[in-house]
Design a protein around this ligand. Sequence first.
Ligand SMILES: [Mn+2]
Length: 139
Amino acid sequence: MPTPSMEDYIEQIYLLIEEKGYARVSDIAEALSVHPSSVTKMVQKLDKDEYLVYEKYRGLVLTAKGKKIGKRLVYRHELLEQMLKIIGVKDEHIYEDVEGIEHHLSWDAIDRIGDLVQYFEEDKSRIEALRIVQKNNEE
Ligand SMILES: [Mn+2]
């Protein structure tokens, strides 16, 4: 199992490859606000653990295992953003809150949150009903 830090890297590398077709050490460093030397170190570890293949001059490619996990990590991040939005968390808090919780939930909890998001999305009047509760609690 990847550590939280490894998960952040795999997630970001997956996103970069999806968006740009490649992931450079400098892009990863910028996206994660870390020093390029930290990226190089982590990329070597991820290579050793077979999440990716790192070739100094050709760049970096996710293995099937890396892609599979990367896809789930991006899904988890997006699902948690959706959930926080539905329950009415302010936009300016959503990204940081997701970064704070995403590594600490079981996949069971993620699947149940998936059910919850589906429950609200299937019938928007449920979201409106929640907003009424929230409005009453404010007063
Ligand atoms: Mn994330």
